[in-house]
Write a protein that binds this ligand. Structure first.
Ligand SMILES: NC(=O)c1ccc[n+]([C@@H]2O[C@H](COP(=O)([O-])OP(=O)(O)OC[C@H]3O[C@@H](n4cnc5c(N)ncnc54)[C@H](O)[C@@H]3O)[C@@H](O)[C@H]2O)c1
Ligand SMILES: Cc1cc2c(cc1C)N(C[C@H](O)[C@H](O)[C@H](O)COP(=O)(O)O)c1[nH]c(=O)[nH]c(=O)c1N2
Length: 176
């Protein structure tokens, strides 16, 4: 393969061009929560991805300068709550600039085995222990081992693509 220096590009990959292209990728919308010695916190995230099923591991990318990042590191635990279309207002509330208590007051939660809040009525949830944190540029990549899973009743998923929300069929079911 050629060295990176040999690659000729028509235009530089600016932050704006990168975001415009990333806006074309459809993504599930999640509210990622935590609780423990570092306090209760949560934020909306589309940067969530399955890494491996052995051991069951997912990753979450969180902005390092966000108000919530430190709580996740301090607690070492989180829950990924995957949203249904009815949760669009919740996604906006957890999407920034709203005090943490106001975010949580808008829905019903229970405590998962990790201690992180689990959203009642989520399409699915993944309760996790944070195994490793890797800082990359502006974000921290949290590698998380899944310790508990739930699949809910909703048969539609909330997705975010083209800088807007949409709904798609998603009858998840359980595989044994
Ligand atoms: N990964 C992220 O941190 C991320 C992802 C989605 C949205 N957001 C935030 O939500 C708001 C609205 O986003 P939007 O999609 O309507 O428009 P946008 O132009 O800010 O973002 C377009 C796409 O670029 C990516 N992106 C945006 N900001 C990023 C960042 N700081 N680091 C890595 N990737 C990033 C995401 O895939 C996003 O959907 C913005 O404030 C944005 O910062 C952040
Ligand atoms: C649809 C959508 C998707 C995302 C976000 C927003 C929205 C509306 N945000 C931004 C994130 O939710 C926001 O930075 C946090 O709520 C922290 O904000 P405060 O620093 O508390 O105001 C976000 N942030 C992040 O670090 N990783 C992500 O994957 C996403 N994805």
């Amino acid at each position: 393969m050629d060295d990176a220096a040999d690659i000729a590009c028509a235009a530089p990959v600016t932050k704006e061009r990168y975001r415009d292209a990333m806006a074309a990728l459809a993504a599930a919308v999640n509210v990622v929560t935590t609780d423990g010695p570092g306090g209760r916190a949560g934020f909306t995230a589309t940067a969530v991805c399955s890494v491996t099923d052995a051991p069951p591991t997912l990753l979450v990318c969180v902005k390092r300068d966000s108000s919530v990042g430190e709580a996740f590191r301090a607690n070492g635990a989180l829950c990924v709550n995957t949203l249904a279309p009815e949760h669009k207002p919740l996604s906006n509330l957890f999407g920034g600039r709203t005090p943490v208590e106001e975010r949580f007051a808008a829905a019903t939660w229970r405590r998962g085995p990790s201690g992180a809040p689990v959203l009642e009525g989520a399409l699915a949830h993944f309760d996790c222990r944070i195994d490793r944190v890797v800082d990359v540029g502006t974000h921290a990549v949290l590698f998380c081992e899944v310790v508990d899973i739930g699949v809910g009743e909703p048969c539609e998923a909330l997705i975010y693509v083209g800088r807007r929300y949409d709904a798609v069929p998603a009858c998840v079911g359980a595989a044994g």
